[in-house]
Design a protein around this ligand. Structure first.
Ligand code: GAR
Length: 192
């Protein structure tokens, strides 16, 4: 089993889906650390209840010095012997320094059908564009934000009257199904 770190910033429902999947002994990763850049992230409590070690590294303590924050992050991950990282609603942009260090060992879930709608407000942008479907993507993390190689995607139709919120709510269960499957694929690629 690969030692997995899950990085969150808030609710952590995708993290929870990964923890549930990893309860199956056949799942290729074992959660070894849940790390948040926000000490008040709800997901930290969920992880602690599940018996997974948690850590908060408050990015606000580092001001504008992104690399100082990331050096702490990197140290925590290395100390825990982490082999693969899953970003799950982690809302900090990572510098090329950090991304390069973990390149090929870090994946992310993004709430759009990449390459469409990198960045924020993905659902509103899909609605405004008149798209017929929205979705989510799990991809390898590379230096360009939301630009790494795609591992897996799931799509849902955009219905008349949909708002960004209704779309996000209907997409979330798809994210929870997709992310464990994509993480397993990533683990298999890491091993070869
Ligand atoms: C998820 O919808 C995820 O796709 C999105 O944030 C939400 C986190 O929810 N990620 C991004 O927007 C990344 N830029 P969660 O904390 O309940 O998993």
């Amino acid at each position: 089993h690969l030692k997995l770190a899950i990085l969150i910033s808030g609710r952590g429902s995708n993290m929870e889906a990964l923890l549930k999947a990893a309860e199956d002994p056949a799942f290729p990763a074992k959660p070894a650390l849940v790390l948040s850049n926000r000490p008040d992230a709800k997901g930290l409590e969920t992880a602690a209840r599940a018996g997974v070690p948690t850590l908060a590294i408050d990015h606000k303590l580092y001001g504008k010095d992104r690399e100082a924050f990331e050096r702490e992050l990197d140290k925590a991950l290395s100390d825990a012997g982490i082999e693969i990282i899953a970003l799950a609603g982690f809302m900090r942009v990572l510098t090329p320094w950090f991304v390069t260090r973990w390149e090929g060992r870090m994946i992310n879930i993004h709430p759009s059908l990449l390459p469409k709608y990198k960045g924020l407000d993905t659902h509103q942008r899909a609605i405004d564009a008149g798209d017929r479907e929205a979705g989510c993507t799990v991809h390898w993390v590379s230096a360009g934000v939301d630009e790494g190689e795609i591992i897996a995607q799931a799509a849902i139709p955009i219905l008349p009257g949909d708002t960004a919120d209704s779309l996000a709510a209907r997409l979330l269960p798809e994210e929870h199904r997709l992310y464990p499957r994509a993480l397993a694929i990533a683990c298999a690629r890491l091993r070869t």
